[in-house]
Design a protein around this ligand. Structure first.
Ligand SMILES: Cc1ncc(COP(=O)(O)O)c(C=O)c1O
Length: 364
């Protein structure tokens, strides 16, 4: 694969913005190069300087752990930024360029495509949420630039075998984007260590899920150096704030907490799944490798609204193709899950009372 053939012409020609902090990366006594405010700010902490544009400190820590080079890692304002950059680098708007998604899946692929005015093709998952290889093959053409495979998949929760995803990458002439936002909750291996063998593979991860840092907005893309150089060329100069860089750096020194939280979430996931099986309105609980569970119910809208009245909000996926009747429930703390189960019991009681009276009331 010749990567340059996939890149948009304007991006190839682009002279990237050269920030003050990029042009001078050493140590000086006086910084008068970036129009910052030398007097400081109303805050006690010092944020008056622009942050490191390439986030060297956190990249060094991540690179050491993953056995990669810093130049094989992109850090963005959430992995959503990486998704948007992929469109901007590879997909020419309003042309035959297109991307392929495997619905039901994460909604931002399609939204980013729409924002960038790029056509979306679909190869729906099968009824039991497996990849449909035939459909993927059928829908792919010479102008399919990106193929998104989300594993574990949002909203279905299941993961695809890494070998399956790799085999798709091998057969594909564009960039295969493996979105591993939920990988830490899965028993499957990440594909990060395949980026050197598979030049068209981009692996997305995030600090928003297992790391519990959604508020910081920090996401990652792993890929070969040529692709990462393109990300760096196109991204805004200071795309990850100083606060976010410092906090992530600190968090990276405390993996034990992350591991403990992940273990606790997985154990709550099992407990919640078992408990949900007992409700009359639960039709199916899909196997999950993520920090949420997709549940097929007799009346998704009714349950959703009932829970809202109880001040509990879950994600209603009733209107999503192949997810009719489904609610996506994020695994909460044991206390939160208990409150959810109590509310669902209350609703189940109402349904059986209505059944005994010989009718099923609306708006359960
Ligand atoms: C599959 C998937 N990818 C990416 C993201 C975005 O993550 P981030 O918070 O890093 O932008 C999400 C968020 O829910 C997600 O579900």
């Amino acid at each position: 694969m010749n990567l340059q053939n996939l890149v948009r012409e304007n991006i190839k020609r682009l002279t990237p913005y050269s920030s003050a902090r990029k042009e001078f990366a050493g140590r000086a006594e006086i910084y008068l190069d970036a129009n910052e405010n030398s007097f400081g700010s109303p805050l006690a902490a010092s944020y008056n300087r622009y942050p490191d544009p390439l986030q060297s400190e956190i990249k060094a820590k991540i690179a050491a752990r993953e056995g990669l080079k810093r130049s094989e890692i992109f850090i963005g304002n959430g992995s959503d930024e990486a998704i948007d950059l992929l469109f901007r680098i590879f997909c020419e708007p309003r042309t035959t360029d297109n991307v392929l998604i495997c619905p039901p899946t994460y909604g931002m692929y399609e939204v980013s495509a729409a924002i960038n005015d790029v056509r979306v093709k679909r190869a729906n998952l099968t009824e039991d949420f497996r990849l449909d290889f035939e459909a993927i093959k059928r829908e792919t053409d010479a102008d399919t630039k990106l193929l998104f495979v989300c594993s574990p998949n949002n909203p279905t929760g299941n993961a695809f075998a890494p070998d399956e995803v790799l085999s798709l990458a091998k057969d594909f002439g564009g960039i295969l984007v493996a979105d591993e936002a939920y990988i830490d909750f899965s028993s499957h291996e990440s594909l990060t260590n395949e980026i050197r063998n598979q030049p068209n593979l981009v692996v997305l991860q995030t600090f928003s899920k297992a790391w519990g840092l959604a508020g910081l907005r920090v996401g990652l893309a792993f890929a070969n150096e040529e692709i990462i150089a393109l990300f760096n060329k196109v991204k805004p100069p200071y795309n990850v704030s100083q606060i976010a860089q410092e906090a992530v750096s600190e968090a990276l020194g405390n993996r034990e907490t992350v591991e403990q939280n992940v273990a606790a979430i997985i154990s709550e996931r099992e407990r919640l799944t078992k408990a949900l099986e007992n409700f009359s309105f639960v039709k199916k609980i899909y196997p999950t490798d993520a920090n949420f569970v997709l549940v097929k119910t007799a009346d998704a809208d009714g349950i959703y609204n009932f829970l809202l009245d109880e001040k509990i909000v879950v994600r209603n996926r009733n209107n999503v193709e192949l997810c009719e009747g489904c609610l996506r429930i994020t695994i909460g703390t044991p206390e939160e899950n208990e409150i959810l189960l109590t509310a669902l019991q209350k609703m189940d009681g109402r349904i059986s009372a209505a059944d005994q009276r010989g009718f099923r009331g609306s708006g359960i």
